[in-house]
Design a protein around this ligand. Structure first.
Ligand code: NAP
Ligand code: G4F
Length: 329
């Protein structure tokens, strides 16, 4: 019997890579897709694995839904009876969470509780992965590991902290196999265009092609531990295969400033970042997280996961992909 997985947030960066990984491993994969009023579906990141509903032998199933709808989650989990649930759904943009704090909490914090309760209500034996974040560490000094204190600095960070502790609480209260992966920033050519890495690499491609001249950024001094998203979904999967439910930091252990990332990305295209980057305070946050550098010792030691791609290679991969996309017809 093929194993069955349910992914919330399947249309996002990580969800799409995770769906590919699980399909390659022989899973039957179910994903929740939000309704949009547009004919242009929000499933473009799934184009490579999409299967028409009329195809026989289909293993990818997309269900209209939303993690703000508790009844839908109960019905879906009762019907699918997944072996594994990956909760990746979130309004995941930190700056946006200051403008939409209520909505961000409803999705990122209460979404987790709704899923955990839906598992209980369905009475099934399933393993649950919660997509937690290094944003929960916020002001805590680096390197941040599993024992580091939390000090979130945004509505997104506080919402995710609620979901993290809910996951721990359901494990301790009900004996559920529920784990929290505390992932540091991870990027790819599928990264949303308003996150800083992709904003930079997309701008590099457009500037190199003569379409634009400038890119406007906020705080260039922020330090981030940027990894490669396809490797991070492998860590998520491995966490659900363990004998015991354990929470891990998922990180590369190396970091750079936004300025250094920009410098690397522009120089890969033969450009000088100083000629093209302008400051715009609109992209700063009411409270910044200055330095995130993860300590991945535990996940490396206990389940053998290790990041291979680091921020400088990532910058080159993303610039190449954005330049290639511009050349595509
Ligand atoms: P992403 O690209 O922003 O994807 C978010 C996904 O959540 C999308 O599929 C989105 O659907 C979906 N979603 C949003 N609101 C929803 C709702 N109300 N109901 C159902 N689905 C909803 O994020 P990502 O980078 O793949 O990250 C995946 C998860 O890991 C997120 O929870 C994020 O907070 C967390 N995380 C990410 C990082 C990182 O560096 N990437 C690090 C730590 C933790 P639409 O496509 O319709 O918008
Ligand atoms: O790319 P960012 O928006 O990512 P941020 O805020 O670190 O959050 C991402 O990583 C988290 C894990 O740590 C995830 F949980 C979260 O869902 C998301 O995926 O910004 C990175 C840094 C920040 O310090 C920001 O202030 O870049 C700085 N920055 C400077 N200029 C900018 C810009 N960020 C954005 N988005 N846009 C700018 O123009």
């Amino acid at each position: 019997m093929a194993r069955t997985a349910l992914i919330t947030g399947i249309t996002g960066q990580d969800g799409s890579y995770l769906a590919e990984l699980l399909l390659a491993k022989g899973y039957e994969v179910h994903g929740i897709v939000r309704h949009t009023s547009s004919l242009i579906a929000n499933t473009t990141r799934l184009d490579d694995v999409y299967q028409d509903p009329h195809e026989s032998g289909r293993r990818l199933f997309l269900h209209k839904g939303d993690v703000t709808d508790a009844g839908l989650l109960v019905n879906l989990i009762r019907d699918i009876r997944p072996d594994e649930i990956y909760n990746l759904a979130a309004q995941s943009h930190v700056r946006v969470s200051f403008d939409l704090p209520d909505y961000t909490a409803n999705v990122a914090a209460l979404g987790a509780i709704r899923l955990l309760e839906a598992v209980r209500a369905s009475g099934i034996d399933t393993r649950y992965y919660q997509a937690s974040t290094s944003e929960m560490f916020g002001l805590t000094a680096p390197p941040q590991n599993e024992a580091a204190p939390f000090h979130p600095r945004s509505p997104y960070g506080t919402a995710k902290l609620y979901a993290h502790w809910s996951t721990v609480n359901y494990r301790e209260s009900y004996g559920m196999f529920a784990v929290s992966g505390i992932a540091f920033n991870h990027e790819s050519p599928r990264r949303g265009e308003t996150f800083v890495t992709r904003k930079i690499t997309r701008a590099v491609a457009r500037i190199a092609a003569g379409i634009e001249k400038k890119v406007y950024l906020g705080n260039l001094d922020a330090v981030r531990d940027w990894g490669y998203a396809p490797e991070y979904v492998e860590a998520m999967w491995r966490m659900l295969q363990g004998a015991e439910p354990v929470d891990y930091v998922i990180a590369t252990g190396r970091a750079a400033t936004v300025r250094e990332f920009a410098e690397a990305a522009f120089s890969h295209a033969g450009l000088d970042w100083r000629d093209h980057v302008e400051h715009d305070e609109r992209y700063e946050r009411p409270a910044e997280v200055p330095v995130l550098i993860g300590d991945p010792t535990e996940i490396e030691r206990r389940i053998g996961w290790r990041a291979e791609v680091h921020w400088d290679e990532l910058a080159r991969v993303m610039v190449d992909a954005d330049r290639e996309a511009l050349r595509a017809p």
